[in-house]
Design a protein around this ligand. Structure first.
Ligand SMILES: O=C(O)/C=C/C(=O)CC(=O)CC(=O)O
Ligand SMILES: [Ca+2]
Ligand SMILES: [Mg+2]
Length: 433
């Protein structure tokens, strides 16, 4: 049976609402207090299958290469390429099947290989080689263009022709749960004559998917649609934290710089492209037709449901502030990657592409506070009488995502982060203001 077959059943109990049935098998990097070495595992139900243990026991072998999973990142495994990714996933699926005694009946090994998720600490799943952020939701670009530039002509003239992006910072991509310190920066209100330097006053999140590149491409080479697709290892949830006030003053003409360099959070589990295959859908019609190098022979979008929750320090439980879907994206991840390499830009194993903020056509489908509060003119009303236009210290933001199958879901888990005050000053050096 193919590892995506909906009829497959694991020997581990899996709730229908779990993000991690046997049809998913996402990869992550973890450690436990008893065994504090970082290693690669796969999520199954509420447990982690320790691939380093299975590899050492000889139950999994990656193309004859040893020690691939006893590593602090997935990069070594990703470098082996799509055939090995596929074979390994099929083997893991086989080992977890309810009717396969190999692992199920080997009590000693099974106890060592299955780790409860609540006893493990998740780490960054990849060593991020480079981070590029795109701007590929037409609804998002239209909303921001309307607020920041020209409401009669919100899309800039290039937008329908190029997957617009900018080079971000790999250094500050962090795993879910990492606190985000409020950034400092140059701020200038439209009425002020001169800028000042201080804590961001308009701190935002951006709901995005992260695309993990698992294969390199050579400098000087372009990519076909098929080559680009085969380089994509998988997807994560991504929050591109954004300082709107810093951004508005700094972004002309080279784009965001410090406004988006202070932190980008990703979920710890990478859902493989192969696991998403049953949820492939056609994206929006592209009119005008893109230039030939960006043509797509197949649908390259995915039906991934997305939910954003906000919790302030006073709230007992989080409030849902956005529900949207990855399928709305105008430019697909494959088109983004083809375009990224089109000048001759080399791609590396471990490169991370941000999809761009994911907004849908409805008001409740907007993927940033900037859009949800319409640049602060319509603050969100929260339970307990609190209001929010942007994020305040102590606020916690959570993104979840899943594909709904028939009786099961292929989920991403979550990416969460809380805002920490810029004070106490001096933690990162002397106060500057
Ligand atoms: O339209 C603008 O000036 C700015 C847009 C963004 O901040 C979005 C960005 O980072 C790209 C994206 O996430 O879509
Ligand atoms: Ca972004
Ligand atoms: Mg960022």
């Amino acid at each position: 049976m193919h590892p995506n077959d909906p009829k497959l059943c694991a020997f581990v109990d899996v709730d229908a609402a779990s993000d991690f049935p046997i049809q998913n098998l996402p990869y992550g990097v973890f450690l436990t207090p008893e065994q504090p070495e970082l290693r690669v595992g796969v999520a199954i139900s509420n447990q982690i299958l320790d691939l380093a243990v299975l590899e050492a026991a000889g139950l999994i072998r990656c193309d004859g290469v040893s020690g691939v999973f006893a590593k602090p990142s997935l990069n070594a495994f990703m470098a082996l390429g799509q055939t090995v990714w596929s074979q390994t996933r099929a083997r893991i699926s086989e080992l977890l099947r309810h009717d396969n005694p190999e692992l199920r009946d080997n009590t000693n090994l099974r106890v060592r290989a299955l780790v409860p998720q609540n006893l493990a600490q998740m780490y960054m799943p990849i060593h991020v080689a480079g981070f590029t952020d795109f701007y590929s939701s037409k609804e998002h670009a239209t909303n921001v263009g309307t607020m920041f530039r020209d409401k009669t002509n919100p899309l800039l003239p290039n937008w329908l022709h190029i997957p617009i992006g900018y080079n971000g910072r790999a250094s500050t991509v962090v795993v879910s749960g990492t606190p985000i310190r409020r950034p400092r920066g140059q701020l200038k209100s439209p009425t002020a004559e001169l800028p000042n330097f201080g804590p961001c006053q308009r701190l935002d999140f951006e709901l995005e998917m992260g695309v993990v590149i698992g294969q390199a491409s050579a400098m000087g080479e372009m990519l076909t649609e098929r080559q680009a697709e085969e380089m994509i290892f998988g997807f994560t949830l991504l929050n591109d934290w954004s300082a709107r006030d810093i951004q508005q003053w700094e972004y002309v003409p080279l784009g965001p710089f410090q406004a988006k360099a202070f932190g980008t959070s990703i979920s710890p589990w990478i859902v493989t492209r192969e696991a998403l295959e049953p949820f492939r859908v056609q994206g929006p019609a592209q009119e005008p037709r893109p230039l030939p190098y960006l043509h797509q022979a197949q649908p390259n979008n995915y039906d991934i449901q997305l939910a954003v929750d906000l919790r302030t320090e006073k709230m007992a439980k989080p409030a849902s502030i956005c529900r949207t879907n990855f399928k709305y994206m105008y430019w697909s991840s494959v088109q983004q990657l083809v375009h990224h390499a089109s000048s001759g830009c080399a791609m590396n194993v471990g490169d991370l592409l941000g999809s761009g903020t994911i907004s849908g056509p409805e008001k409740g489908e907007r993927g940033s506070m900037l859009e949800l509060s319409w640049n602060g003119t319509k603050p969100l009303e929260l339970d307990g009488g609190e209001r929010r236009s942007f994020l305040e210290d102590g606020d916690s933001l959570r993104i979840r995502g899943w594909c709904q199958g028939d009786g099961y879901r292929v989920g991403f888990g979550q990416v969460e982060g809380s805002i920490v005050a810029v004070e106490p000053a001096g933690i990162f050096g002397p106060p500057l203001f």
